[in-house]
Design a protein around this ligand. Structure first.
Ligand SMILES: NC(=O)c1ccc[n+]([C@@H]2O[C@H](COP(=O)([O-])OP(=O)(O)OC[C@H]3O[C@@H](n4cnc5c(N)ncnc54)[C@H](OP(=O)(O)O)[C@@H]3O)[C@@H](O)[C@H]2O)c1
Length: 231
């Protein structure tokens, strides 16, 4: 049965994406910073104990990434999903930039997905589907930026897109498809109550994009409806 490894699975999009893959019968390896307080995830595990494994992972902690690799071992991973992310509320508006907040956000949104890709690349290469999905945002598109602001968040997602493009070239010889995905504006803690999509609607679009993705798409930045977002 195909395997998903996903970060930030305790709430929001990560939780819903995990649920949807479980419904499809996938073997889901869900990570979160604090499994003890991941009540929604643990509730799902009760009903799917054979398919859902939960692991502790702060994506910015290299020791925890390495410990997870020890546990996962050589298990083939069909889809590695870098979902965890943060929106730096400070460093949003011009005149409010805060170095520590920005660097923290860069660490979580850019360097962590890279480290996780590097750590699990052989697991993905040994799988059937061979996909690395990275949760980006249209807010990282320079061309789409018509309103300004969100300096830290936008710049981290732009940087993540660059990581995706480089990795798509570097991992092509291993037949790995590396993608940047925009989930839409979604009603989560990050997206807020005015988001245009429910988590269910967003996850459905994401799963559809993943279902249709193959090596020809590597290095693409997909909108939720499968169209390409300009960089
Ligand atoms: N919602 C939107 O409209 C929207 C739009 C575009 C892109 N996105 C992207 O979609 C992804 C998921 O966002 P969401 O809307 O589901 O947000 P969310 O509800 O705020 O969830 C964020 C998730 O990331 C996790 N996370 C943050 N820092 C972490 C760290 N250092 N280590 C491990 N996990 C960490 C959180 O864990 P904790 O519970 O431990 O904090 C949580 O599970 C993010 O990458 C976000 O940038 C969202």
């Amino acid at each position: 049965m195909p395997t998903l490894l996903i970060t930030g699975a305790n709430r929001g999009l990560g939780l819903e994406i995990s649920k949807e893959f479980l419904k499809l019968g996938w073997d889901v390896h869900a990570t979160c910073r604090d499994p003890d307080s991941a009540l929604a995830l643990k509730a799902i595990q009760k009903a799917n104990s054979d398919l859902l494994n939960i692991y502790k992972l702060d994506v910015s902690n290299d020791s925890q990434i390495n410990e997870l690799k020890e546990v996962i071992g050589k298990l083939p991973i069909d889809i590695l999903f870098n979902n965890a992310g943060t929106y730096a509320a400070k460093s949003g508006e011009f005149g409010t930039s805060d170095r520590d907040t920005w660097l923290d956000s860069f660490n979580i949104n850019v360097i962590s997905p890279m480290k996780i890709m590097e750590t699990f690349v052989d697991n993905v290469a040994d799988s059937e589907k061979k996909i690395i999905a990275n949760m980006s945002s249209k807010m990282g598109s320079i061309e789409d930026n018509s309103s300004g602001g969100s300096y830290a968040y936008r710049s981290t997602k732009t940087a993540l897109n660059t990581v995706v493009m480089s990795a798509s070239h570097d991992l092509k010889s291993k037949d790995i498809t590396v993608l940047a995905l925009h989930p839409g504006w979604v009603r989560t803690d990050m997206g807020g109550p005015n988001g245009e999509l429910s988590v269910e609607e967003s996850a459905a679009g994401i799963l559809n994009n993943l279902k249709n993705a193959s090596l020809i798409d590597t290095g693409s930045f997909f909108d939720i409806d499968g169209t390409i977002i300009p960089w």
